[in-house]
Design a protein around this ligand. Structure first.
Ligand code: COA
Ligand code: MG
Length: 282
C-alpha cells in the first residue's frame, strides 16, 4: 500500500501506474496544517474521477483528537473510495464510531452498505497498546492492522526508537509483535510498517524477508521505488509454491491421514494449513 501525500496531484499521477495494490492518499501527517483543507478537496476530486484502475483507493483521515475526522470522511466517502486508514486509533471503540459514520455516509451517497473497508494503524498511542485484543471479534469492515513507531515514541517521550544498527528498540518490537498477533487473532491482514530509508533497496529487501518470515503479509510503502521490492518479497517464490502444492497434494491423496512422511520429513496438520495459506496468497 503506497502512501501519497493528499496535497500532491503530481505524486498521485505518478503513483497510479506503479504497481501498488493500494494507494493511501494521506490527509494526516504528510500534509501541513496550512494545506489540510486544500488536500481534502483535492482527494475528494480524485475519488470523484472514479477512474479505471487495478489498485484500491484508500484515504488516511485525520485522527479524532484533531476534530477533522468526520469532515474528512464527509468529503471522501463517495463512489470510488475503497477504504479508510485510521491513524492513532485507541481500539475497537474508535472503529465502531468510524463504522457508524460510514453507515450513514454510504446511505447518503448511494453506496452499498459495508463497501468502504477499514485498515487501522493500531499501535500509535500508549492506550492503543492495551486495546489490541479489542479488534477481535473483528468489525466486518476491518481488513488490516498495521503499526507505527513514530507517534508512539513521541507519546511515550522516548529519545529514540532504533538501535545503532537500525533495528527497533524493545518497546517497538513489542508494538510490532502485538500488532501481528492482534491481526492474526482477528483474521485480518497484518501489514508491516514503513521503511523510512527509501534509497536503501537492499535494506528494505532484507527487512521485508524478515517481516514475511514472521507472518506479515504486506507492507506500507512511502516511495514508488519501494513497491516492486515489497511486492516481490511478500509474494511466495516458485519453490515455495511447488513445495506447498506437494504437501496439499499428498494430504489430498490420503484424506484419512493426519500425518505423513514426504521426502523423509514429517508433515502434519499445521504444515497442511501453512501450505494452503501459501497457495491462497499465491
Ligand atoms: N508517491 C508518488 N510519487 C512519489 C512518491 C510517492 N509516495 N514519493 C516520491 N514520488 C515521486 C516524486 O514526486 C518524484 O517525481 P518527480 O521527479 O516527477 O517529481 C519521484 O517520485 C522521485 O522522488 P524522489 O526525489 O526520490 O523523492 P522526494 O525527495 O521527491 O520525496 C518523500 C521524498 C519522502 C517526500 C516522498 O517519497 C513522499 O512524499 N512519500 C510519501 C510520504 C507520506 O505520505 N507519508 C505519510 C505516511 S508516513
Ligand atoms: Mg503518524
Amino acid at each position: 500500500m503506497l502512501f501519497v501525500p493528499g496535497d500532491s496531484e503530481r505524486k498521485f499521477a505518478k503513483a497510479a501506474a506503479i504497481g501498488a495494490d493500494a494507494l493511501i492518499l494521506d490527509l494526516e501527517d504528510a500534509v501541513a496544517p496550512s494545506m489540510k483543507v486544500a488536500a481534502r478537496a483535492l482527494v475528494a476530486e480524485l475519488i470523484a474521477q472514479n477512474r479505471t484502475r487495478d489498485w484500491a483507493f484508500f484515504v488516511r483521515v485525520n485522527p479524532f483528537d484533531t476534530g477533522m475526522t468526520f469532515d474528512d470522511m464527509a468529503a471522501v466517502v463517495k463512489p470510488g473510495l475503497d477504504g479508510l486508514l485510521i491513524p492513532k486509533a485507541n481500539g475497537a471503540d474508535d472503529i465502531a464510531r468510524i463504522a457508524a459514520e460510514l453507515d450513514r455516509l454510504e446511505a447518503a451517497t448511494g453506496m452499498a452498505n459495508g463497501s468502504v473497508k477499514i485498515a487501522v494503524v493500531a499501535t500509535e498511542t500508549p492506550k492503543a497498546m492495551f486495546n489490541l485484543g479489542s479488534y477481535t471479534p473483528p468489525h466486518p469492515r476491518l481488513i488490516a492492522l498495521t503499526w507505527g513507531a513514530e507517534d508512539l515514541a513521541a507519546a511515550i517521550g522516548a529519545t529514540a526508537n532504533k538501535e545503532a544498527d537500525g533495528s527497533w528498540t524493545f518497546p517497538y518490537q513489542v508494538a510490532r509483535t502485538h500488532c501481528l498477533y492482534a491481526a492474526a487473532a482477528a483474521e485480518v491482514a497484518p501489514l508491516d510498517t514503513l521503511y523510512a530509508d527509501f534509497r536503501d533497496a537492499d535494506g528494505l529487501e532484507a527487512d521485508c524477508r524478515r517481516s514475511r518470515r514472521d507472518g506479515f503479509t504486506g507492507r506500507i510503502a512511502i516511495h514508488p521505488d519501494q513497491v516492486a521490492v515489497i511486492n516481490r518479497c511478500y509474494a511466495p517464490s516458485a519453490d515455495e509454491i511447488a513445495e506447498a502444492q506437494k504437501i496439499v497434494d499428498a494430504f489430498a491423496a490420503q484424506p484419512d491421514a493426519g500425518t505423513l512422511g514426504i521426502d523423509g520429513k514429517m508433515y502434519d496438520i499445521p504444515h497442511l494449513k501453512a501450505a494452503q495459506k501459501t497457495l491462497a496468497s499465491a
